[in-house]
Design a protein around this ligand. Structure first.
Ligand code: SF4
Ligand code: SF4
Length: 373
């Protein structure tokens, strides 16, 4: 039985917002074409046929739609997409949509509910910071629209989580962030580290010190509520517990290894990682080639083995080397090793919060063993 995860960018890098720290605009600017255009139905049909040819009954495919802003492809695009996969025999499908929420309305939410989409909604939680950075094309803040979209998702009982970009500014306020999660009734949150641009310095990029300070403080709030029986899912805490229990990472790069993902652009071009949708790492085109051909592309090895091949000196001497392996190469300078080379934000977080997370993992492991036995 195969399990395939595929990220699709149906509107390529197009977006109805102008977030000041957007990494995908930076990636798009670094390749020969900036925008591959809206994915046409003919591309959807060819791409899904090329996948179906290499799948069998019992296989699972998870489609995650992202952007740019994927809803710019239009609701009809998504209706067409699910109408094609609905004809697949015995292949299980799951859908996720990452959106800024601006275009969501009752019709969108009814569709998302009907097709069991898990929606990730981008919201930087602190209104003044969200409005200063997540602006629309007219330069206006979008916090109100995003919180309206959250209310709509709740009204339609669509499963959703919040993705908050952890900028250097947001990371200064773990207490305010936690209060806001409680106030908005957000039960699932993922903090995406804000990464620097490829060529330029970015004020928004996270630093290892801020990363550690934020997560150590946030953990205190999280654990206090958890101890009182109120659980809220914070993806990094879940990932660490999962990795301790399952011995496999549940987030890319958490063990320091790049694994090629399949990220499909609007014209069917496929790349191995959202951070590297650039000409050098193009794996092929899923509208023109079979899935098995894309998966056997030699570019995957070149991507996985790209420089730097060796770990920084701090990692070599680190007690968490076997667990973390230097973490994600692209995010290392934002969350791990700082400019001095002598401090690691992830190590500081693991030193402080790891023992409690280990105890929680042990409790969960014992509970699972008892249920099995
Ligand atoms: S660069 Fe990071 S996110 Fe991309 S494949 Fe490697 S570990 Fe995963
Ligand atoms: S120093 Fe940091 S990045 Fe390196 S192995 Fe240790 S925790 Fe991971």
């Amino acid at each position: 039985m195969k399990s395939v995860n595929i990220m699709i960018k149906p509107a390529s890098s197009a977006c109805n917002m102008r977030c000041k720290y957007c990494f995908y605009e930076d990636v798009a600017n670094a390749r020969a074409f900036k925008n591959a255009g809206r994915m046409q139905n003919t591309t959807v049909d060819a791409m899904l046929a090329n996948m179906e040819a290499d799948l069998s009954s019992g296989d699972r495919v998870s489609f995650a739609f992202q952007g740019g802003e994927p809803t710019l492809a239009g609701l009809e695009y998504f209706k067409h997409f699910v109408s094609v996969t609905a004809r697949w025999k015995g292949i299980k499908t799951a859908y996720a949509l990452q959106t800024n929420g601006i275009l969501l309305d009752d019709a969108w939410c009814a569709f998302l509910k009907e097709n069991n989409f898990l929606v990730g909604i981008s919201c930087d939680l602190l209104p003044e910071m969200h409005n200063a950075t997540r602006i629309d094309a007219a330069g206006e803040g979008t916090y109100k629209q995003v919180t309206n979209a959250i209310a709509l998702l709740k009204k339609h009982k669509v499963e959703f989580n919040v993705l908050c970009t952890l900028t250097n500014f947001v990371a200064r306020h773990p207490g305010k962030v936690w209060n806001q999660l409680v106030k908005l009734g957000i039960d699932y949150v993922q903090f995406t580290p804000c990464i620097g641009f490829m060529e330029e310095f970015s004020d928004y990029a996270l630093t290892p010190k801020r990363f550690a300070e934020f997560y150590i403080d946030l953990f205190g709030y999280w654990y206090k509520d958890y101890s009182k029986g109120s659980y809220r899912s914070v993806k990094l805490f879940d990932d660490v517990v999962n990795q301790l229990i399952l011995k496999v990472p549940t987030g890319c790069g958490l063990d320091g290894k790049c694994r090629a993902q399949l990220v499909v652009e609007g014209d069917g071009s496929v790349y191995p990682c959202d951070f590297y949708c650039v000409d050098e790492y193009k794996l092929g085109n899923l509208a023109e080639q079979r899935l098995c051909d894309i998966l056997s592309s030699p570019v995957i090895d070149a991507f996985v083995q790209r420089a730097p091949a060796s770990l920084p000196a701090l990692c070599e001497a680190c007690p968490y080397k076997g667990f973390c392996g230097g973490n994600c190469k692209r995010m290392r300078k934002e969350i791990c090793i700082d400019a001095s080379g002598s401090f690691c934000g992830y190590k500081a977080f693991l030193e402080k919060c790891g023992p409690t997370l280990s105890a929680l993992a042990n409790k969960q492991r014992m509970y699972m063993n008892r249920r099995r036995g």
